[in-house]
Design a protein around this ligand. Structure first.
Ligand code: UDP
Length: 464
């Protein structure tokens, strides 16, 4: 790796695809602007370094009496819900992170700053301060959902939490256009855990030297203004990250990806429904079967990502009725994972049936693809409300209504009947994203400001 002395950034992503992907895209953007990047990554879910050759990747592990030890094993992690897993990651990696950051900074090469995922929270602020390195935060979700997270203490005071089923359709007057059912919660046995993680994320952002957002000004103008005034730190909405010039190598294609592209190449333009519910959401078997029949009965071609283990109680597809796959023949394709950026950019895609994770939302907007929104938890509910009611580039298909007739109806409405000018609005929003990314656009200008901001930090290097 080439040396770029004095312009090194250390990054600390959360180890899930929805957080790692945008962090690595941001690393590519910084690299393109002349920085070298070191990524400190948990040994849990450690990525394949050969796919990230531009950057130095270091696994942070526990060093116990000279022996390297994983602070958290995959099998321990698999039994936890998401919030318990985040809490465990924060606890287990706190000390290894401190040791790794100190070792990097003492390594002699000047470090400009640390960029840590917002969810790591206040501890990364304390560690960075102790070691003497400035810290920026990357928030991988949208600004609108962050406004809702920042309002948690107020919402608790006003009695919105815990959410009562009888109030789901009520508006949240403090956070228009959200309804009670859109508040970004996760159903947990111990809801206090969620409030703690959220509060730590918001307070950690306030302690930073600035927050980097994977969004664009024209998309979330008011939420960005609101959150900037609440956080009182500089905000840099420079997204969509994946559309910037960056130094990321093109994603390596495996055999399955190539087969998917070949299959898409044979379909009519804007005819295929792409269904994928991200990297974390899990569904019940009944819901899985509803999706399967709904897709088949819609009579549209479909590409469906079913992650192994994402259907509760099944390994993969075994709960599908005998002969189901043979029955739809070449009209549908089920894969374990897709190259989503490439899929969404393919002209054959007519709609994206999504769980409305923020990356998926932004990726769909960037390609002008209409969405069918089935949010599962947390910020996905907020994103879905904005997609459907504010940007008007999607239709909702609630999880509780996912039976085949309703699914067929929504798919037809989006693909065949163009849901009341949906496609035109999607293309308009795609164009607005492109304008923000153009040379004089807001995302490019914020990126220039971000680079100057980071370069203005007093460089810090220990004498080696
Ligand atoms: N993704 C992918 N292939 C898949 C499913 C997801 O490449 O089959 C990527 C997707 O492009 C996105 C990320 O995984 O960048 C998922 O992030 P998102 O915020 O949408 O949802 P999460 O997984 O965090 O719930």
């Amino acid at each position: 790796m080439e040396e770029r002395k004095g312009r090194r950034i250390i990054m600390f992503p959360l180890p899930f695809p929805g957080h790692f992907n945008p962090m690595i895209e941001l690393a590519g953007i910084f690299h393109h602007r002349g920085f070298s990047v070191t990524i400190l990554h948990t040994s849990y879910n450690f990525p394949d370094p050969s796919r990230h050759a531009h950057f130095t990747l270091r696994a942070i592990t526990h060093n116990k009496e000279g022996e390297e030890e994983d602070p958290l094993s995959q099998s321990e992690a698999s039994s936890m819900d998401l919030i318990a897993l985040i809490r465990q990651l924060k606890q287990s990696y706190a000390e290894p992170f401190r040791q790794s950051l100190a070792a990097e900074v003492r390594g002699g090469e000047t470090v400009c700053c640390l960029v840590s995922d917002a969810i790591w929270g206040r501890n990364t602020a304390l560690v960075a301060e102790e070691i003497g390195v400035r810290r920026m935060v990357l928030r991988t979700g949208g600004a609108s959902s962050f406004c809702a997270f920042a309002a948690f203490p107020l919402l608790r005071d006003k009695g919105y939490f815990p959410i009562q089923d009888s109030r789901l359709e009520e508006p949240v007057t403090e956070l228009p256009p959200l309804k009670v059912k859109d508040l970004p919660v996760i159903k947990l046995k111990e809801p206090e855990e969620l409030y703690r993680v959220v509060n730590d994320m918001v307070e950690g952002a306030k302690l930073s030297s600035g927050v980097i957002w994977n969004t664009f000004e024209d998309l979330e103008t008011f939420s960005l203004m609101d959150i900037s005034s609440k956080l009182q730190v500089p905000c840099f909405p420079i997204g969509p990250f994946h559309k910037h010039s960056n130094d990321l190598p093109p994603k390596t294609k495996n055999k399955e990806d190539s087969e998917t592209t070949e299959w898409l190449n044979k379909r009519d333009p804007q005819s295929v429904i792409y269904a994928s519910f991200g990297s974390l959401a899990a569904i019940e078997e009944k819901e899985f079967l509803g999706i399967a029949w709904g897709l088949r009965n819609s009579e549209q071609p479909f590409l469906w990502v079913v992650r192994p283990g994402s259907v509760r109680g099944s390994e993969w597809l075994e709960s599908l009725p005998f002969g189901f796959i043979e029955n739809f023949g070449d009209k549908g394709k089920i894969v374990k994972w897709a190259n989503q950026l490439e899929v969404l950019a393919h002209p054959a895609i007519g709609a994206f049936w999504t769980h409305c994770g923020w990356n998926s939302t932004l990726e769909s907007i960037s390609e002008g693809v209409p969405m069918i929104c089935t949010p599962c938890f947390s910020d996905q509910h907020v994103n879905a409300r904005y997609i459907v009611d504010v940007w008007r580039v999607g239709m909702v298909l609630e999880r509780s209504k996912m039976e085949r007739k309703e699914i067929e109806k929504v798919i037809r409405s989006v693909i065949m009947e163009n849901g009341d000018g949906l496609k035109e609005r999607c293309l308009e929003l795609k164009e607005r994203a492109n304008i923000c990314l153009s040379k004089e656009g807001s995302s490019s200008k914020h990126l220039d400001k971000l680079v100057s901001h980071v370069l203005s930090f007093d460089s810090y290097a220990f004498a080696s």
